[in-house]
Write a protein of this length. Sequence first.
Length: 496
Amino acid sequence: MSAKSPRVRFAPSPTGLTHLGSARTALYNYLIAQQNKGVFILRIEDTDQKRYDPQAEQDLIASLKWLELAWKEGPDVGGPHAPYYQSKRMDIYRKHAEELVSKGKAYYCFCSTEELDRVRKEQQANKQPPHYSGRCRDLPPEEARQRVAAGESCVIRFKAPKGGSITVLDKLRGEITVENRSIDDRVLLKSDGHAVYHLAAMVDDHLMGITHVLRGEEWLPSLPLHAHIYEAFGWEQPVWVHLSVFLKPSGKGKMSKRDTEQMRLTGQSIFVKDLVDLGYLPEGVVNWIALMGWSYDDHTEFFTMPDLIEKFDLEKMNPSPAAIDFKKLDHFNALHIRAMPEKELAKRLLPYFEKAGIKLDAGMLAPVIPIIQTRMTTLDEGPELAGFFFREGISPPVEMLIGKGMTTAASAAALRKALGILEVLPEFNAASAEEPMRAVADELGLKAGQLFGILRNVITGQEISPPLFESMEIVGRVTVMARIQSAITALDQLAD
RNA sequence: GCUCCCAUCGUCUAGUGGCCUAGGACGUGGCCCUCUCAAGGCCAAAACCGGGGUUCGACUCCCCGUGGGAGCACCA
């Protein structure tokens, strides 16, 4: 058992909106840190200036905060290994690249981009795997140094071993063995002086004391290269874990840009930012993605963050790719809404009411929470379900005021009768109103459902609503009377 | 083309050689409850990709095939 507490990192490159795959990688890293008094680090991989997008970085920070994945070291909070922007660590990478050159593990390469492209195209045309020609690999070090000193444009390439093979251990997949000759002499330091991922990430991971690298499966093919780089420096490798990709809902293939856009049109999205707007809870999203690639046991599926911190286990991860299932997200979201304290739910609902044009405070929402809590799967359904409590006038179309299988006149008569009783009720609440209304239905030879249906439509303006009598109590006698009265008027006019 | 990864109900998964007539969850269908809609309760249909081995015995181990995925940049 290692006494070393884990240091893990989430190291995204801010080039687009934060999506579920990144969220899950961040989550798992976070969980490992939390469960062993470890440290979760956020590092921004922005070595490619051309693709850097400041908005993406903002979105990233916002998304992680929303998910409540707090980092202990990172760009905004600093830390012992600052800076946490790779673009600000150029000197470090250069130094390390040169160290490799002096160790004979890397070399200066003066080949031009054009020439490289030409060779690559040729190789592809001949159905050869693209590979660096090796032309500068064995340049005499002295000559190379002189050309560099003379200001000739160059990069630093890794000198991958030519013979034999390497086997690397991935925690999820076991030993992975590849022939060294299939590993290319990759560029480590670009001619503009910036490091490439393969150098920057390895150097940072080592310097920052990273013990476990959890990253996307797309890095698996370069894992052998990374292992060689660690070896070249003489560093101890971290535990490698490569998380599989998320597939589209059909399970057939991974999400393409087009799929992503298509999805957003239908009110679904893989972007954290959109999920917020769609009314999902961070708790629901976290529970959902945690279970895509990891499981606890046969029967537990409901997890809060503290549960996850306690129960998460690398050993129980599943290496196969998982299809995204929004139905399951809905399920978890509804579960977490129901599990939430009423006060908290009221607070979270507020912004969605405001977006629907209904300004209120948590206190006003308090009485309606108990009757809508089990009826919502997403927060944005709150206003749809309970907006009528707070809107001034509701005026449902007259057709809605006619009872099932009833005439206009009969409906008006039923409402008159109900109105008469409701207005003299000694106490106006759910318990006191229900029995008398059932009696009214009985008297008129109606089914309770027929009368209640009319009343529901009249009072809530909706075919689907929270329970009638509870709703009436909250709406209040005065407003209930007014709504019934105006419904009677409308029905009478229709009859004329 | 080459390298690597993956493969259990429609989907997420349990399963580490006998506990499997393969378990759970979502979804789907049915029933109960019921003032609508939910929630809740009960029940049902639904899977080990194919072929070879290994073994007394394979969902579990090995090989081949097939299918899916990733990568092969001075991008990450």
